[in-house]
Write a protein that binds this ligand. Structure first.
Ligand code: A3P
Length: 301
């Protein structure tokens, strides 16, 4: 990982916390997003055959970094066994993209946490496809809480109560969950975008894989679907050194504090929210989504 440049650029300012920069109104971890990577993302030339996985952090990004190459390559597990996830399906907004881009074969798989309005101009002019992965925000905040504990390049989360206030105010990486969802659910991308939930993937991964492969125009046999589901299971990924972040030095990500592949379940929030926190969280999220024509796939209660 690279060190961020010291001086903020136009559109970029330093938040009170040293860990973040403010990029076009969105807090980004300073260390992971130096100016060069953000400039590079802005000018990135999207190709029609590109496939973007878009997530609000902690919604299933690395899971899709495993799934996408397998689906695109007809179940060939070589990339997921030999290339680290950050180079295999690189983040649009991180430094590795520029390093590996020339090696990437079409169709290229990319991930991004960018809100819709930060997508590069060339994306809008292209026919690139998008898979938007959503997760129940109550489980997102719990996953994010542990991630903030283990990721040494982020502010420490404090208590869960304190972290909830930061999360609801959008003072966490990539800002408010509600804004991310509103932006990406309100696009005019038509059949270029597919929506899927983390919960759907946990409940029936083969069915989710069939939906993804259909969207990407891949006609995979049932045998291949089952093979991909096995490779992408939580247990397999936890063992895969190319996917479990064990190659990242502990000074950046301390897996002794909390592993990146932590629990991989639905509903862990029930072990973390008090009734008061649930009421507060639900009322803020509801209020921010009020008047939007959105149908959420889960109940907020
Ligand atoms: P938990 O912290 O709840 O376990 P992201 O990749 O967007 O940062 O999301 C990380 C979350 O996805 C973590 O959630 C992680 O365990 C979960 N995850 C990653 N791979 C998974 C898999 N194969 N099955 C289920 N959950 C997975």
């Amino acid at each position: 990982m690279q060190q961020a440049t010291d001086s903020p650029e136009p559109g970029t300012s330093i938040m009170s916390s040293e860990a973040y920069i403010q990029y076009r109104g969105i807090p980004l971890p300073r260390m992971a997003h130096p100016k060069e990577s953000l400039d590079y993302a802005e000018k990135f030339r999207v190709e029609d055959s590109d496939v973007f996985v878009v997530t609000y952090p902690k919604s299933g990004t690395i899971w899709m970094q495993e799934i996408l190459p397998l689906v695109l390559n007809g179940g060939d597990a070589t990339p997921v066994k030999t290339i680290p996830n950050w180079d295999r399906v690189p983040w649009l907004e991180e430094t590795r993209l520029a390093v590996v881009v020339d090696e990437m074969k079409s169709p290229r798989g990319l991930v991004t946490h960018f809100p819709y309005f930060l997508m590069p101009r060339s994306f809008h002019a292209s026919k690139a496809k998008v898979i938007y992965v959503m997760r129940n925000p109550k489980d997102v905040i719990v996953s994010s809480y542990y991630f903030h504990k283990m990721a040494e390049f982020l502010d420490k989360p404090g208590t869960f109560d304190e972290f909830m206030e930061k999360f609801l105010e959008g003072k966490v990486l990539f800002g408010k969950w509600t804004e991310h969802v509103k932006g990406w659910m309100g696009t005019d991308l038509g059949d270029r975008i597919m929506y899927i939930t983390y919960e759907e993937m946990v409940q029936d991964l083969p069915a989710a894989l069939r939906r993804i492969s259909g969207f990407l125009g891949r006609n995979l046999s049932e045998e291949v679907i089952q093979k991909i589901a096995e490779q992408c299971s939580f247990t397999s990924m936890k063992k895969n050194t190319m996917s479990n972040f064990s190659m990242v030095p502990k000074v950046y990500m301390n897996s002794d504090t909390s592993p990146f592949l932590r629990k991989g379940v639905v509903g862990d929030w029930k072990k973390h929210f008090s009734p008061e926190q649930l009421a507060r969280f639900t009322s803020v999220i509801r209020k921010e989504l009020e008047g939007e024509n959105l149908t959420l796939p889960w109940s907020l209660d």
